[in-house]
Design a protein around this ligand. Structure first.
Ligand SMILES: NC(=O)C1=CN([C@@H]2O[C@H](COP(=O)(O)OP(=O)(O)OC[C@H]3O[C@@H](n4cnc5c(N)ncnc54)[C@H](O)[C@@H]3O)[C@@H](O)[C@H]2O)C=CC1
Ligand SMILES: O=C([O-])CC(=O)C(=O)O
Length: 329
């Protein structure tokens, strides 16, 4: 019998697949959204190394080690590490920013504005210094304004600073629709545009079930109720949790964007993008259909809107411009 040296490794390393894994992804903020995001990235093996950074001493290190110890069970080879500094993050391909406070019952996302602007500014300065070529995905709230802070402070082009909210809002909308019609979530195509606030714009005209317009399958009053529930989807979770806000679906949303970029999928996903004339608007972040691939934001896709949808998008844009004007960088 051969000696132990000839035994196959118990957990053989999978060969790195070029194009299906980047070298390093950093998640800033090792709280509810951040830690869940890091775990999902590692389980999907989207990066050789996943670094979690947080100001809370010991938390990113402990969570990173804990996640890495799930690797032999789950069977992934992404190495997860945690740190209170940025040395380990140097040269990251992608950075997901989840640092910041979350709202509690009775608060709006805009109530987080000043605190989180300071945090996202500090984080963005570090990213600029240590990962100057990174693609940044912002999650911290209020989302659209925090994207602006990250873009201003890093000085990165719009292709490399994108916000996650539309994927989450659309997932909620699709989930509620699937439940109401008793069909698979997989068969529901939809898009929620606009800012990530009460003024978001679920596009009923682009909502279908395997190509069948949703208006043929669901009565108007039911559809209106779902649109309303979608707009308040974040607050509904905050009301249940009491101590913070949603994180399972938000982390799934952020990782869908990461995956589209890492694997150059060229997916069309609703994301917060810096507008440069699209939809007749410039100089703000707003949720619009975006094509994502290896370079980050490859294209803002302009779709036709009804007059009512266009007016709702304008109103949503104003709800982003107001808090944006209130912050000083
Ligand atoms: N865009 C979206 O759709 C969503 C956005 N959010 C937002 O994401 C943010 C994070 O939410 P949770 O993870 O639930 O909050 P959390 O409180 O669980 O975690 C936030 C973490 O950020 C850390 N942090 C604070 N300042 C930092 C700094 N300067 N550098 C590094 N880390 C720092 C804290 O120590 C904490 O661990 C909130 O602002 C929340 O509103 C949450 C869900 C969805
Ligand atoms: O509701 C919040 O504050 C967190 C969030 O953005 C969401 O879950 O949509």
């Amino acid at each position: 019998m051969d000696g132990p040296d000839s035994f196959p490794a118990l957990s053989p390393k999978k060969p790195q697949q070029p194009g299906h894994m980047v070298n390093k992804i950093t998640v800033v903020g090792a709280g509810n959204v951040g830690a869940t995001t890091a775990q999902r990235i590692a389980e999907k093996e989207l990066a050789r190394t996943v670094v979690m950074v947080d100001v809370a001493e010991g938390i990113p290190q402990g969570k990173g080690l804990d996640q890495w110890q799930s690797a032999p069970i789950e069977g992934f080879d992404s190495r997860v590490i945690g740190s209170n500094g940025y040395d380990e993050t140097a040269g990251s391909d992608i950075v997901v920013i989840t640092a910041g406070i979350a709202r509690k019952p009775g608060m709006s996302r805009d109530d987080l504005l000043n605190t989180n602007a300071g945090i996202v500014k500090q984080v963005s300065e570090q990213i600029k210094a240590t990962s100057p070529n990174a693609i940044v995905i912002v999650v911290s709230n209020p989302l659209d304004v925090m994207c602006y802070v990250a873009k201003e402070v890093t000085g990165f082009p719009r292709e490399r600073v994108i916000g996650m909210a539309g994927v989450l809002d659309t997932a909620r909308y699709r989930g509620f629709l699937a439940e109401a019609m008793d069909v698979s979530v997989r068969d529901i195509q939809a898009m929620v545009l606009g800012g990530h606030g009460d003024t978001m714009v679920p596009l009923i005209s682009y909502t279908s079930v395997s190509g069948i317009p949703v208006t043929q399958l669901l009565a108007k009053d039911k559809l209106d109720a779902i649109v309303d529930r979608t707009r308040n989807g974040g607050a509904e979770i905050v009301k249940h949790l009491k101590t913070g806000s949603a994180y399972y679906a938000p982390s799934a949303g952020a990782v869908q964007m990461v995956e589209a970029i890492v694997n150059d999928q060229r997916r069309i996903l609703p994301c917060a993008a810096w507008l440069e004339g699209e939809y007749g608007m410039s100089g703000l972040y707003l949720g619009v259909p975006c094509k994502l691939g290896r370079g980050g934001l490859l294209q803002v896709v302009e779709v036709e809107l009804t007059d009512a949808e266009r007016a709702a998008l304008e109103q949503s844009a104003q709800a982003v411009r107001d808090p944006m004007a209130a912050i000083k960088l």
